[in-house]
Design a protein around this ligand. Sequence first.
Ligand code: PEP
Ligand code: MN
Length: 337
Amino acid sequence: MWLLLRPEVTAADIEPALRVRGWPYEVRQLGGRAIVVVQANGQAPAEAASWREVERVIMEGEEHPTLVYAAEGTYSLGNWRRGDSLLWIAGPCSVESRSQLLSTARALRDLGVTALRGGAFKARTSPYSFQGLGEKAIDLLLEAKAETGLPLCVEVLSEKHLPRYENIDILQIGARNMDHYELLKAAGAMHKPVLLKRNPQATLTEFLFAAEYLLLYGAPVVILCERGIRTYERRLRYTLDVGGIAVLRSEVGLPVIADPSHAAGEAAYVEALSLAAIGAGAEGLIVEVHPDPPAAKSDARQQLTFEAFAHLKAKADRLWATLHDTATPALNAKGVS
Ligand code: PEP
Ligand code: MN
């Protein structure tokens, strides 16, 4: 069984009670709260449920995600504090070269993004497509971080690569791996923030269960990312589920962001989907940006130039500020946008 402790309680508060009963246990941290995994006999759940430190006893066979609902709170990542501004993660689909990555990282730092993205090991539909620079990409990303100070958000394709992600700040679980449960357990056990993409075939409940795995196994926060689902509509690459964003925002305490790049599949529609996502309540965006999009080795059609990204960012920040009723920093004194 798992014991979700009340927010003000630490695991140390119940450890004497666990020890005295001889129940083996392990403590995990969920944001500011503790979850205690206990191996105990059949009487234990009823007894533990009556302890005032315990908010909820979660039993084997539980059919609803619990921790994703409990994980409310103030989160911060790099220069982003939840509620103060949009969370911006941007960068190329794939890391292709040192100059490509460093020029992008510098431009994005100057535009005030929160974190740099860049694919190292790529999940491509065709085995003949560019598979990413792998380990070399991780080295380049760490170099970009050292120079710009930008935290890194990098997709993890396999548990066996995780040791190389020690200095990566946000682990990204891609859409194709949302329900790769062993990867979720291993990624959670890195105790790092995770950006979880929704599988295009997954319901919101399945999506939340994937987040539950990550939280249960040790991720301090999971950023839920809507990136388009598969519908009968074929004109754009996927259908961005803006309704799903609204539902997640109203029901769940975890941060919710959108990926307009993979949803649209075409640079021309990235702005419209970004603004729609913000209107539905998205707290941030992950956007693909490349110094020369037509030359990109993956997702060339959907990546934005620096200039297009700067335009999008200014507009999206303004929309977010207007919707959240804060000062609109990008408006000049004459109110001209
Ligand atoms: C990506 O962000 O690089 C990516 C492959 O996206 P998704 O997993 O959403 O397809
Ligand atoms: Mn991509």
